[in-house]
Design a protein around this ligand. Structure first.
Ligand code: KG4
Ligand code: ZN
Length: 348
């Protein structure tokens, strides 16, 4: 269905980043450009209208740069791929319409890709061994999913967040602590200067009495933890001790958030009997998360973590996911629309 030397041009604009990638075959990344936006910091989060307008301005140039890096012409492209959801609707439409227009003009097929399935494929670009079966923890700014991937395209959804996403919790707590946006890297940096024991928070959703058949056994929650940090911040503020406690608060929050993710992931390892774990999404950049999972893996277990560039939003992972699905014969029609929320495909 897809030649082994096919050339896929993928575009990703689901949130504030604008990215284009050229993938030859399964893993040869010929060109990859990611433009991040830095104008949202002052607002404490991404402003959708500003993000999509900026993406519209740069999309042509980003694709041009990726083509130049890959030393190929648009006409050489075998098929196009684009994130069609979930994400910010205005942003998604920028990428989707660009790809539709190019595919139509050149008479080539194109395929819409689910953003979180793309994150699932990121490690496969870098490590030939990152193939199912594996347990996957996908942790981004909008989603937190715990999956068992039986094979590509066949996933058991074990658990997900019941409220905020993991990355969203890092962003909100960073804002509370005055650390700026995006919050994940800021919290991780600040946490290195602090002691989690000095500002401890209880780990959500990990009651000792929980059993595998319980509905919440694999589920996660972050909003209670965020509120606990807020309450502590107010107390410390009233006592005039907040500024000296920022690093300890960051460390305490990070430990509780990560302990929850690690505990749930290890439950999935135990229950599935599969010690191979894949991390994906922006929060997978967190070194403490990766280290904590690695420490607790059973003997013979293996952890696959994307490099920082492939953990956060990028078009290379979209191209890799498309390589799989285009290879299965899937194609999108020009009536494909962007979707703000969309269930991950292949859930069994
Ligand atoms: O996957 P991603 O780039 O975009 C979405 O699909 O949402 O993830 C972005 C999220 C943000 O919430 C950001 O704060 C978080 O990933 N993040 C981190 C780290 N780097 C990025 N969270 C924790 N630790 C980090 N080092
Ligand atoms: Zn993402």
């Amino acid at each position: 269905m897809l030649a082994p030397d096919s050339l896929i041009l993928a575009v990703e604009t689901s949130c504030d980043d604008t990215s284009a990638a050229l993938l030859r075959g399964e893993r040869q990344l010929l060109g990859h450009v990611i433009a991040t936006q830095d104008m949202h910091g002052g607002f404490g989060g991404v402003v959708p209208e500003i993000a999509s307008r900026a993406q519209l301005r740069v999309i042509d140039a980003i694709v041009e740069q990726a083509l130049a890096q890959a030393d190929v012409r648009l006409d050489d492209v075998t098929a196009f791929a684009v994130t069609s959801g979930p994400g910010l609707i205005g942003s998604l439409l920028v990428g989707l319409n660009w790809v539709k227009a190019a595919a139509y003009a050149l008479g080539r097929p194109f395929l819409g890709i689910h953003h979180m399935e793309a994150h699932l494929f990121a490690t496969a670009l870098e490590d030939e061994g990152a193939q199912p079966p594996f347990v996957a923890l996908l942790v981004s700014g909008g989603h937190t999913l715990l999956l068992f991937a039986e094979q590509w395209g066949r996933y058991q959804l074990l658990g997900q967040t019941r409220d905020d996403a993991a990355g969203e919790a890092f962003d909100k707590v960073a804002r509370l602590l005055g650390l700026g946006y995006p919050g994940g890297p800021a919290i991780e940096r600040m946490a290195r200067e602090g002691e989690p024991e000095r500002q401890p928070f209880s780990v959500p959703m990990v009651g000792a009495g929980q059993k595998p058949q319980d509905e919440d056994y694999f589920d996660m929650s972050f909003s209670g933890l965020k509120t606990a940090v807020l309450t502590r911040v107010r107390e410390l503020e009233a006592e005039g001790r907040l500024s000296e406690a920022i690093a300890d608060l960051a460390a305490g929050f990070q430990r509780a958030a990560i302990d929850q993710l690690v505990e749930k992931t290890l439950r999935a390892v135990t229950e599935s009997g599969c010690g191979r774990v894949v991390l994906g999404g922006g929060v997978a950049r967190n070194g403490t998360l990766a280290e904590s999972v690695r420490r607790r893996l059973p003997p013979g277990g293996q952890l696959f973590v994307p490099s920082p560039r492939l953990a956060t939003d990028n078009a290379a992972m979209v191209a890799r996911a498309a390589y799989f699905r285009l290879g299965c014969g899937e194609r999108s029609g020009l009536d494909l629309n962007a979707q703000a929320s969309l269930a991950i495909p292949g859930i069994v």
